[in-house]
Design a protein around this ligand. Structure first.
Ligand code: NAD
Length: 518
């Protein structure tokens, strides 16, 4: 029997009933303002023919509301508030800032269930994945809360008693732009280290997933973050352009596609602003014949089917050593067939809905292209219409396994951003390393083998920011994440990201008289 209760995402103006799962809205539009500036929800000021966009729930196709894009005036208000907040926030000690982040992590865990439901509503991903994402964010915020007090410069001894020291200073107001596949995670992964270092932030979520970033803003406020330190503005490309070009922004951090990343970098070049870019990928997963085959198949599924395949680091080019190719493919198809596709709020669902009709059609187009390029569709690659009428408008795709692929096919070279796996065979290590690196991307890569020396040898040769040995798509916050080549610049996570949110000032201290050359 369903236990019905009203859940507090009525904050968004929806009437939401849940039986441990969300039944979505009752058709009402979002009533609550979706910009979060200076510690409160506000409406964009842009009243003269404002740019609007529709927000849909991917799983049900339901229209959740029309959202007004933030105008240049809204960007200006958010940045000015952020500049004011910076004066106070940057003057606190690291441990004072850390306490706020630790409290934030605590509240995220407390509200994890509600956050997960809203994330499912907004992304269509299965609830178990949303829970993992949200709890992982609590860990990330806690990690930066824990190290905030340790962010420090160096003491450098010089001749004759003189010395220098360095100060690691925050950059000021950071502009941040996110993609739609991990909405809460992007807001948390960017804001927690930035705030730990003493910066403030104006964050623009993807227009497809605007909801949970504001919830993070409210949680920060509840945890004691001063108003204006973390602001959220909604909008599309125009708002993103305006934010990237805005003179009061001292640094940009961007997650999204390569073409947009390039535009953000151009805008930063105009203002000589540092920029971190987390972009796309087409990563290789190499399976050697000596591996535990079932383990490698499980790894390949992790590498391809999370979040309906809409994951930047996915190992979509699976290279399998010839002697185990048939065994690998048989097992991969067998296990993939068992994945339950459907209601993302159901605990046993493995595959939820694609983010939008347009994106689902793009992915289906790649399956057609694969066929025309000569690949064989071993399984899936078609739309699934669910029996439950509630989900009839949702875009559910069966994960697709392609065999008989070649390196120069477009489906093997281009980022599809959906569950389409290209399986390729190989004969020897040198050959596969060369082929794995033959891509413009360099976000991640994976190796399955029992040969420990080969594992490390291959890991060293692959040109990518993260290499998994005998696993794939795990993202502990302690481990830096980011791309080589066109997959990006800079790193998120780990302590190395602190370098991207601080600038170093050297202070020279003379202990003797000036030695004049004149
Ligand atoms: P996208 O580039 O279309 O959009 C990303 C963000 O940029 C959105 O918020 C969008 O509104 C904004 N934007 C659009 N035009 C802009 C402009 N001219 N100036 C500034 N901002 C602008 O990407 P997407 O479709 O949202 O996301 C999918 C892409 O993101 C894939 O390529 C995926 O690989 C990549 N991605 C990378 C990572 C990573 O960590 N490397 C993580 C997730 C997604």
């Amino acid at each position: 029997m369903w236990v019905r209760f009203r859940c507090s995402f009525q904050r968004f103006g929806w009437s939401v009933l849940t039986n441990q799962r969300c039944l979505c809205s009752s058709g009402s539009e979002i009533q609550s303002p979706l910009n979060y500036v200076d510690g409160e929800r506000i409406n964009p000021t842009n009243r003269n023919e404002p740019e609007r966009f529709d927000l849909f729930a991917p799983a049900t196709g339901e229209l959740l509301g029309h959202i007004v894009s933030s105008s240049p005036e809204d960007v200006d208000t958010a940045v000015k508030n952020s500049e004011n907040a910076f004066k106070k926030w940057s003057s606190l000690s690291g441990s004072e800032r850390g306490k706020v982040l630790l409290q934030t992590a605590h509240i995220i865990r407390d509200q994890a269930e509600e956050l997960s439901h809203v994330e499912v509503l907004n992304t269509g991903k299965p609830i178990w994945e949303a829970r993992v994402d949200i709890l992982g964010c609590a860990d990330a915020v806690e990690y930066y809360g824990g190290i905030a007090a340790t962010i420090a410069g160096q003491h450098i001894q010089l001749p004759n008693g003189s010395f220098a020291y360095t100060r690691r200073e925050p950059l000021g107001v950071v502009g941040a732009i996110g993609a739609w596949n991990y909405p809460f995670q992007m807001a948390a992964w960017k804001s927690a280290p930035a705030l730990a270092c003493g910066n403030t932030m104006v964050f623009k979520p993807s227009p497809l997933t605007p909801l949970t970033a504001i919830m993070l803003g409210e949680i920060y406020t509840q945890a004691g973050l001063p108003d204006g330190c973390f602001n959220v503005i909604q909008g599309q490309a125009n708002t993103g352009t305006c934010l990237s070009q805005y003179p009061g922004i001292n640094k940009m951090t961007f997650t999204g596609s390569v073409p947009t990343g390039s535009k953000v970098m151009e805008a930063c070049a105009q203002g000589i602003k540092p920029v971190t870019l987390e972009l796309g990928g087409k990563s290789p997963l190499i399976v050697f014949a000596d591996c535990d085959v079932e383990n490698a198949v499980n790894g390949a599924m992790l590498a391809n089917f999370l979040t309906q395949g809409q994951v930047c680091s996915n190992g979509t080019r699976v290279f399998v050593e010839e002697p185990i190719l048939d065994q690998f493919l048989t097992l991969l198809v067998e296990k993939t067939k068992k994945l339950k596709i459907g209601d993302p709020w159901s605990d046993d669902t493995a595959v939820g809905a694609m983010i939008s009709r347009e994106h689902a059609e793009k992915v289906l187009g790649y399956v057609q292209l694969a066929k025309s390029e000569g690949a064989t569709v071993l399984y899936g690659g078609d739309r699934v219409t669910l029996k439950d009428p509630k989900f009839s408008e949702g875009y559910f795709l069966r994960p697709c396994i392609l065999s008989g692929c070649h390196d120069n096919m477009r489906v093997v070279q281009e980022e599809i951003f959906g569950s389409v796996v290209s399986v390729l065979s190989f004969d020897c290590e040198d050959e596969v390393v060369k082929r794995a690196n033959d891509t413009e991307f360099g976000l991640a890569g994976g190796v399955f083998t029992r040969d420990i020396q080969r594992a490390h040898r291959v890991a060293a040769q692959l040109q990518a920011g993260t290499i998994y040995i005998n696993n794939y798509n795990v993202f502990p916050v302690e481990v830096p994440f980011g791309g080589y080549k066109k997959s990006g610049l800079g790193r998120e996570n780990g302590t190395v990201t602190l370098d991207y949110y601080t600038q170093v000032k050297s202070v020279y201290v003379e202990m003797n008289k000036v030695v004049s050359p004149w």
